[in-house]
Structures are given as C-alpha cells and as structure tokens.
Design a protein. Structure first.
Length: 102
C-alpha cells in the first residue's frame, strides 16, 4: 500500500474535525449549528464509507492477484521438482547400467 493511501483516513478525519471546529465558531443559532454539524458529519461518514469500500476492493484485488501468483509459483515448483526427479532417476538408472556392464 502506498503512503498516499495510508494517509487517506487521516486526511478524512482531519477534514471532518476542521469542518466541525469551523461550524462551532461560525455565528449561527443553535438549531442551524446542530443541523450543519449533522449534515457535515453525515457527509464525512459517507466519504469515509466510500473510502473504506474502495480500500476493501483494492485489498481484495491484491489478495486475488497474490493468490494467483502464489498458485503459479507452486505449480512451477512442482513441475521443476518433477523434471529434476526424472533426471535424477535417469542418471541413477544410467549409473546402474554402466556399473552392471563393467
């Protein structure tokens, strides 16, 4: 995960806190202020939810890619091991034959 994607939650939290502080110091009535805080909180939560969903999707994609690559590596290793075991078996057989011929 890049440094920018690690900073997204901090940015969202800071933006939300900054908006709430700005609303608290704005000259408005209590009812207007509470409405603004509610709306700002709702927008911040929506934004955070969207960011979490996006990060979850990216994590799922990375997991699937990693799993696929791991499977390919394991299959490649099995194939290599099989090839090498056939070579060793052939070499042993050739050695036995050569020994018996002498």
């Amino acid at each position: 995960m890049s440094n920018n994607s690690r900073m997204i939650p901090y940015f969202i939290a800071g933006a939300g806190l900054g908006a709430i502080v700005a609303l608290l110091f704005a000259p408005k009535s209590g009812r207007e202020l509470r409405g603004d805080i509610t709306e700002t909180t709702r927008r911040s939560l929506d934004s955070a939810t969207h960011s979490v969903q996006e990060l979850g999707r990216k994590a799922g994609d990375l997991y699937a890619d990693g799993r696929e690559k791991a499977f390919d590596i394991v299959e490649s290793g099995k194939s290599l091991l099989t090839d090498q075991s056939h070579r060793v078996a052939s070499a042993l057989e050739a050695g036995k034959n050569a020994y018996q011929d002498r």
